[in-house]
Design a binder for this molecule. Structure first.
Ligand SMILES: CC(C)(COP(=O)(O)OP(=O)(O)OC[C@H]1O[C@@H](n2cnc3c(N)ncnc32)[C@H](O)[C@@H]1OP(=O)(O)O)[C@@H](O)C(=O)NCCC(=O)NCCS
Length: 175
């Protein structure tokens, strides 16, 4: 198993069409269906990075700004932004396309966290991520702050230990 892998090695693209069974009574895509697709496309990226079984540890807040209509084609792009010990943060971007109308909009962006596990479900180490492009570097830099926020919210980290997170608010006790 390599100790480091390029971020782009986990890049995954999944394309779906919104069918009648996927919609609410306004004929728009159900939020739960979109979350299922997000989970699948992100899990594939995490598997590509770790070459392991992965489980979803958390999904950051997802807001539904734009409805996605029946018949739209939905493209979900995912990539691992950064890996820690056993966990990996995955960035996902969602693009909805009305092909006959020639309209394409970016509807959602989300971050999910996956943990690589062994056959007994125990967390296992994953390779580091090497970011290359400016966007990959930006996501990599922000990942530590987002991780600390998640761990504080899930009461796995004391707020006073979240140094990277505190530093963006210029709170006392930070550099
Ligand atoms: C995720 C899981 C493997 C963590 O196991 P654990 O015994 O708590 O293990 P640890 O405390 O060693 O944590 C392992 C990693 O998970 C990360 N983690 C745990 N909970 C997290 C959360 N809520 N958000 C982000 N990361 C989290 C830890 O930070 C740690 O990361 P690191 O190894 O990179 O430092 C375990 O809670 C689990 O199996 N959960 C169920 C997963 C599942 O079924 N998902 C589908 C949802 S229905």
């Amino acid at each position: 198993m390599p100790k480091k892998k390029f971020a782009k090695e986990s890049a995954t693209i999944m394309t779906e069409m919104v069918l009648p069974n996927d919609t609410n009574t306004l004929n728009n895509l159900m939020g739960g269906k979109l979350m299922h697709w997000l989970d699948v496309v992100a899990a594939i990226a995490a598997q590509k990075h770790s070459n392991r079984i992965v489980v979803t540890a958390s999904a950051d807040s997802i807001s539904f700004k734009e409805p996605i209509a029946l018949g739209n084609v939905v493209t979900l792009k995912s990539q691992v932004t950064r890996a820690f010990n056993s966990s990996m943060e995955v960035f996902i971007e969602v693009i909805a396309e009305d092909i006959p109308a020639n309209k394409k909009i970016m509807t959602h962006r989300a971050f999910f966290t996956f943990v690589a596990v062994d056959q007994n479900g125990k967390p296992i180490e994953v390779p580091e991520v090497v970011p290359e492009t400016p966007e990959e570097k930006e996501h990599y830099e922000g990942a530590l702050r987002r991780r600390q926020l998640r761990l504080v919210l899930s009461q796995r980290m004391k707020p006073e230990d979240a140094v990277e997170l505190k530093s963006i608010f210029n709170l006392p006790g930070t550099n």
